[in-house]
Design a binder for this molecule. Structure first.
Ligand code: HEM
Length: 401
């Protein structure tokens, strides 16, 4: 049967049909088999909501690619230059130690305090938009998260442009398991510049009481050698890489779902209190992160499929989010849907640290757009999807006021 199922590149946005709409293929996989062995990439993929949730929450599952088999895809995420991996690719106790140090800045309460500033940035960005056709990604969805995270880290405002450019280039390649040589070279240069910028900022914080995130990490380091400079640089990189493009894609994909479903757009305009639920539905309906994963700690079988110790298990968040056992009419976008149980932020120990921030930014961006442009609709210049495997988002999305 697996001969007829999509495999390899056909399950990545490098394939045109998948890039345009991955859900027919993800639905096909989920409806055919709970655990799929992709013969081309030698990858085990789980697609049912229950399995995805169980594996992500399983405390025995691993995330450190150094523990994967020599021939496993996950090894591509190992830093090649001996740099520290980020917490996303660490196991406890190191994972817990690093996560605890930055956790405080990202709690729902801490992030809620940032809401007025996020709203202000949304308003500033939208005030630059004039009536007519504009690219929603360039005007709002891309700059918003990088301005927010640059301010949280405490990056000098004069360096914001550089910061954004370098972080965009390194992010584009970081998660891309099939980069070209040119992309790798460009990303290496950007990442070196970014790391030099972080190191400069870290040096500036020494002996200061700066109340930003870099300051907090430096003080934690000085307090008891708990965080090395290398580790701080690595955390800064992760916050950029994990937080910028994903939040951009939440705003882009979410607004596209609204414009594709004008009755939902009208409903949200009539009932603005639905905004929080609407953003959860946007996360479910078209998740910016299509898959996450773990590494098997020992030989096991998953729904009858053998998995070897050190083999990675890909959890398809996109397939789980549309599992009809959990969500009725899963292919319908419904801003008033109740009991949304999306997996878009992953789960367990590695559950997205930035989820509260992504939610606030998503809510404020959508609210700002609806308030300023109540008649927003698709623009004639259309949209284009990016092609980074495991992710889903647009490089441009033209809309009309
Ligand atoms: C809509 C936007 C976002 C989505 C869809 C998203 C999704 C995810 C996913 C799927 C994971 C992996 C979870 C797992 O494997 O269990 C993750 C981890 C992470 N995310 Fe996000 N993310 C978003 C925004 C952000 C933001 C704004 C930040 C911070 C500024 C952030 C920081 C992180 C960090 C640090 C991790 C690693 C956590 C750990 O390993 O303990 N994310 N995110």
């Amino acid at each position: 049967m697996s001969d007829q199922l999509p495999k390899g590149i056909e399950l990545t946005p490098l394939d045109d049909a998948y890039r345009a709409d991955p859900y027919p293929r993800l639905n096909q996989l989920r409806n055919s088999t709970a655990t799929y062995h992709d013969p081309e990439f030698n990858m085990v993929i789980v697609t049912h909501h229950e399995d995805v949730q169980r594996i992500l929450r399983d405390k025995d599952m691993l995330s450190d690619p150094r523990k994967a088999r020599e021939d496993d895809m996950t090894r591509r995420f190992m830093p090649e230059d001996g740099r520290e991996p980020s917490m996303l690719f660490m196991d406890d106790p190191d994972h817990r130690r690093l996560r605890n140090l930055v956790n405080k800045a990202f709690t729902p309460r801490a992030v809620e305090e940032m809401r007025p500033r996020v709203r202000e940035i949304v308003d500033e960005l939208l005030s630059a938009v004039t009536d007519g056709e504009f690219d929603l990604i360039a005007a709002l969805a891309a700059p918003l998260p990088s301005i927010v995270i640059a301010e949280m880290l405490g990056i000098d405002a004069r360096r914001h442009q550089d910061f954004k450019r370098w972080s965009d280039i390194s992010t584009d390649v970081f998660f891309n398991v099939f980069p070209t040589d040119d992309q790798i070279a460009e990303a290496q240069e950007a990442s070196d510049s970014l790391n030099a910028l972080f190191q400069e900022e870290i040096e500036k914080r020494r002996g200061s009481d700066a109340q930003d995130l870099i300051g907090a990490m430096v003080r934690a380091e000085e307090d008891g050698d708990r965080l090395t400079t290398e580790e701080i640089v690595s955390q800064c990189n992760l916050l950029l890489i994990a937080g910028n493009v994903t939040t951009t894609d939440l705003i882009g994909n979410g607004m596209k779902a609204l414009l594709d479903n004008p009755e939902q757009f009208e409903k949200l305009k009539r009932q603005p209190a639905l905004i929080e639920n609407a953003v959860e539905e946007m996360l479910r309906f078209d998740s910016p992160v299509v898959s996450s994963g773990r590494i098997a700690p020992e030989d096991m079988t998953l729904n009858g499929c053998p998995v070897h110790k050190g083999q990675s298990i890909t959890t398809s968040l996109g397939a789980a989010n549309r599992d009809p056992d959990i969500h009725r009419d899963p292919d319908q976008f419904d801003v008033a849907r109740d009991n949304i149980q999306h997996q878009s932020f992953g789960g367990g120990r590695h559950f997205c640290l930035g989820a509260p921030l992504a939610r606030v930014e998503g809510q404020e961006a959508v609210r700002g757009l609806l308030n300023k442009f109540p008649n927003l609709r698709h623009g004639p210049r259309g949209h284009a999807y990016k092609s980074v495997p495991g992710f889903r988002g647009m490089s441009e999305f033209w809309v009309q006021t």
